[in-house]
Write a protein that binds this ligand. Structure first.
Ligand SMILES: NC(=O)c1ccc[n+]([C@@H]2O[C@H](COP(=O)([O-])OP(=O)(O)OC[C@H]3O[C@@H](n4cnc5c(N)ncnc54)[C@H](OP(=O)(O)O)[C@@H]3O)[C@@H](O)[C@H]2O)c1
Length: 265
């Protein structure tokens, strides 16, 4: 029988963006497999409700730690909170993120800079804080949420797609750096998934709902491949779509993506 997550990575999972969507699904799965939880996002009430529910259902320790990941010292504050709680982070899930669907020059530049802070800066900062102790112990896991948007330029989502390429490359590089250390790293790329992401990003070019994944499927893809591969794409069609840019010119790929992602007005 395969080991549970708490047997593989004894300790607590720190999950960013746990107040909704994929982060909540990661929290439910980690709790069901016996891990203690540190749930991070801005909406405190949602985190507290989820922590109470999972603590009761699974007999684990679950803590809501509200934190805005745009704050430059968010990593130091979260490390201090974990130390205060006496929890050892053995799994870091860099999941929080958001996008914005419009032409680059129409998206407020402050929003785009905040996107870089939440989608890129925070994962670097948090990994910088928690990876060294995992390496010292010779045990741990770090997950980065990338996207199928990471595999080609994404006009109408220009900055968002670039942040996800950053997450993908960061995760794959750290997979290589940590091989043989006992620490597993993976970058996971969902395609369209049923969460609050599209509403937050005001996405107006959506495929039929039948093609959307459930968050639990993305979580399965992640944990089925953690420790085996540098990255994983959720869904066969998404994997094929992510491969196509490799056999087409960059000019063709950018033009096709612009047409596909154009908002339906
Ligand atoms: N859903 C998709 O189709 C899809 C596809 C590919 C990749 N992804 C990636 O999957 C990840 C999770 O997204 P999701 O689909 O689950 O979206 P979601 O339902 O909108 O959840 C996003 C989470 O990020 C948190 N967050 C956003 N800004 C934050 C901030 N400044 N500080 C702290 N937390 C913040 C939100 O919490 P608060 O608002 O409470 O702070 C929320 O918990 C993202 O990295 C996204 O890029 C999603």
């Amino acid at each position: 029988m395969s080991k549970t997550l708490s047997e593989r990575y004894p300790g607590a999972a720190l999950i960013t963006g746990a107040s909704a969507g994929l982060g909540e699904a990661f929290a439910r799965r980690c709790a069901a497999e016996g891990m203690d939880l540190i749930l991070v996002a801005r909406r405190a009430e949602r985190l507290e409700e989820l922590a109470a529910e999972l603590q009761k259902a699974h007999g684990i320790r679950a803590h809501a730690v509200p934190q805005d990941l745009q704050e430059p010292d968010c990593h130091e504050k979260l490390k201090a909170s974990c130390d205060e709680l006496g929890l050892r982070v053995s799994m870091l899930i860099n999941n929080a993120g958001f996008g914005s669907h419009d032409l680059f020059h129409k998206v407020d530049i402050e929003t785009q800079l905040r996107m870089i802070d939440v989608n890129c800066r925070a994962p670097v900062a948090l990994t910088g804080v928690f990876l060294p102790s995992m390496l010292e112990r010779g045990n741990g896991a770090v997950v980065f949420l990338a996207s199928t948007a990471a595999y080609q330029p994404t006009p109408w989502f220009a900055t968002y797609g670039a942040t996800k390429t950053f997450d993908l490359m960061l995760g794959e590089a750290l997979w290589a750096e940590t091989r043989g250390t006992g620490v597993d790293v993976i970058a996971v790329s969902p395609g369209y998934t049923l969460t609050e992401f599209q509403a937050v990003a005001d996405v107006r070019a959506l495929p039929p709902k039948a093609l959307w994944a459930k968050p639990e499927a993305v979580v399965n893809t992640c944990f089925a491949n953690l420790g085996k591969k540098p990255s994983a794409i959720d869904g066969t069609l998404n994997a094929i779509a992510a491969f196509l840019p490799r056999i087409n010119s960059r000019k063709t790929v950018a033009a096709l993506a612009k047409g596909m992602l154009k908002p339906e007005r």
